[in-house]
Design a protein around this ligand. Sequence first.
Ligand SMILES: NC(=O)c1ccc[n+]([C@@H]2O[C@H](COP(=O)([O-])OP(=O)(O)OC[C@H]3O[C@@H](n4cnc5c(N)ncnc54)[C@H](O)[C@@H]3O)[C@@H](O)[C@H]2O)c1
Length: 383
Amino acid sequence: MYNVSVIGGAGHIGLPFSCFMQNMGYNVTIIDTNLTALSQIRSGIAPFFEDGLDMALAKALKNGLNLESTSDNLKQSDYTVLTIGTSSNNKDKKLFRKIVDDLILNSKAGSNLILRSTIDNESFNYLKKNDNLKDKKIKVAYCPERIAEGYALEEITSLPQIIGVENKLDYKIFSKFFEKLNIKTIETSIDNAIFIKLFSNAYRYASFNLINEFSNIAVHNGLDFDEIYNIAKLDYPRLDNAPHVGLVGGPCLPKDFQTFQKNYKIENKLLERFLVTEEYFLENIVKYCKDFFNSNKIIQLGATFKPESDDIRTSTSLAIYKKLQDEGFDVYLVDPHVREESKIKLFNYEDVFNITENVIITTNHKIFLNYDLENKKVIKIGN
Ligand SMILES: NC(=O)c1ccc[n+]([C@@H]2O[C@H](COP(=O)([O-])OP(=O)(O)OC[C@H]3O[C@@H](n4cnc5c(N)ncnc54)[C@H](O)[C@@H]3O)[C@@H](O)[C@H]2O)c1
């Protein structure tokens, strides 16, 4: 079985995949610079929520999952999997370059490198120019992660793995790695794989913003878009695929949308306009709060970027929280999913219940269904 190192293995993408591979019989070493996360993982605690991860981690530790904070032992690995956080901003691109230079320097000759972080063409071209890569005959594939956060362990095997490679022989090598893990693979070029990963998220970002744009137009014309949307969709199959109006945030969609725009020559400005849509959408929410609520005190339910998640990275619920505060509201933010380590000031619903009747629900966690909202004035965003 293969020796595999996962750089960034304590993160949202790296940890579930590392546990999965270890439990499928690979000998996995997580390499990560986050010492706090490493010590949590070592004691069997997942540093973030993923369905089924606690159990998978317990099993992986029992099966011998290794944890390291440096890449000193990288030379023993047949495969290195890169899962660090990436984006199109200069700081992240610089970090990516430094990490790939270091890892190639420390890798075994003839080993294989799997790029699983989301990348752009420039980052890949930079990596390909590395002399050590050529000298050591290290093969590279771009195998993007496409899971929805929270469903990683289910989707690692249910989604086919796109493998971007430069030739047939490389595909043979890398597809074997995934097929031994019972993951179906699809062969394509590196350029296509980069486009597929970025386009999928950019498309989703655009489609969520498109429906929000119609909502903005309805609001601007004094119409209730929720009512319009429900009537329009009722027994009308051609609108089955129209998404719900709602917040578009999180660690992937906005970031990949921006990377897509920077990575490709784009003739018209259609996509760019969606950033304006988002701004108007948030402004409309704040405006509605001003009209609907009878005081400047608000209880806000939900801080994470999506329901049942503990992830606050690029959360639009938090963007609303900040906007409401900027507009002079006293906002009491409630979110039992957010971990204590976060620096956000949070309240228990029972403690702030009597302060105001004004409630805005920005992230629809299931637990909020148990909250007493009977005599409250409630604004609910999304479904
Ligand atoms: N989160 C998602 O749902 C998702 C889905 C698909 C793809 N992706 C992509 O996967 C990649 C990883 O995203 P993530 O959400 O797991 O990020 P993350 O921040 O949760 O994890 C990245 C990890 O890399 C570690 N790290 C940083 N510098 C390091 C270094 N020098 N050496 C070793 N480790 C280092 C961090 O400590 C962290 O644990 C990104 O490219 C992202 O776009 C994420």
